[in-house]
Design a protein around this ligand. Structure first.
Ligand code: ADP
Ligand code: MG
Length: 245
């Protein structure tokens, strides 16, 4: 499943400045792409457009060559705001999509196993307002991970997590992408997270500037020690982000 984004422009209103300007890139099936850039450069706006929440943009989005508009089942989206449903328990939130598709019963064992793996055991019957920010974020992440989609759009999914949990979830996401051949677009402001996880990193400029450049990360067998040694990649990316004053 190949994703192509072609010449996307977006402004929030006729008199407002362009937030996304001539954004074009393509993503191969099974590829892990990170979108990195300063706050306000339009990363969340772009994911909203891909997820079909905003359709008043210029440009074209294609999957396997076919134009997609509106909400498409090809995408699973984890917005920056977790959007857990306050009236449903955590387990019912995590199983939301399988319930919609009448597959809740089959999904329950995996949902429970993942909840245990990510420190949410005992939270099945709790409601979102009873959980900490990090727990809510893990629950929202699992809800998205359990969608049967081809392309996962993740907007800063690990921002509220402590370093250890964050590392575990990064490893798990890396495995999900490699073993299940899922395609992932991850928005992050963490350069190391982008280097550790991505095949390619798209570096955005300031608001309306578009994509400054992309950086490919070739290594296939990565671990934390490898990441620690990536100082030249790190400074290349930081140079790109701070370029242009
Ligand atoms: N609903 C909105 N109405 C008007 N402007 C918005 C709205 N949402 C975001 N913006 C503006 O669009 C720009 C990009 O926002 P966003 O996509 O959230 O950036 P990022 O996710 O990269 O931090 C920012 O300047 C922000 O202020
Ligand atoms: Mg954002």
């Amino acid at each position: 499943m190949k994703l192509q984004v072609e010449h996307v422009n977006y402004a929030y209103g006729p008199d407002l400045p362009c937030v996304l300007k001539d954004i074009s890139f393509s993503v191969r099936e099974g590829e892990f792409i990170s979108l990195l850039g300063p706050s306000g450069c339009g990363k969340s706006t772009l994911l909203n457009i891909l997820a079909g929440i905003r359709d008043d943009y210029e440009g074209t989005i294609r999957i396997d060559g076919n134009r997609v508009t509106g909400i498409s089942s090809h995408f699973a989206y984890m917005p920056q705001n977790d959007l857990l449903l306050s009236w449903r328990t955590i387990l019912d939130n995590i199983c939301l999509y399988s319930e919609i598709h009448h597959k809740k019963k089959e999904t329950l064992p995996r949902a429970r196993q993942l909840m245990e793996q990510f420190g949410l055991q005992g939270c099945e019957g709790k409601y979102p307002n009873e959980l900490s920010g990090g727990m809510r974020q893990r629950a929202a992440f699992l809800r998205t991970a359990l969608c049967e989609a081809d392309i996962y759009l993740l907007d800063e999914p690990f921002g509220a997590l402590d370093v250890i949990t964050r590392g575990e979830m990064q490893d798990w996401l890396k495995d999900l992408c490699r073993s299940l051949h899922k395609t992932i677009l991850l928005v992050t402001h963490d350069t190391d997270e982008a280097i550790y996880l991505s095949d390619r990193i798209l570096v955005f400029g300031r608001t309306g500037e578009g994509i400054r450049d992309e950086v490919a990360v070739m290594e296939t067998s990565r671990d934390r020690e490898w990441l620690f040694r990536q100082s030249s990649l790190r400074s290349q990316i930081h140079g790109l982000i701070s370029a242009g004053g």
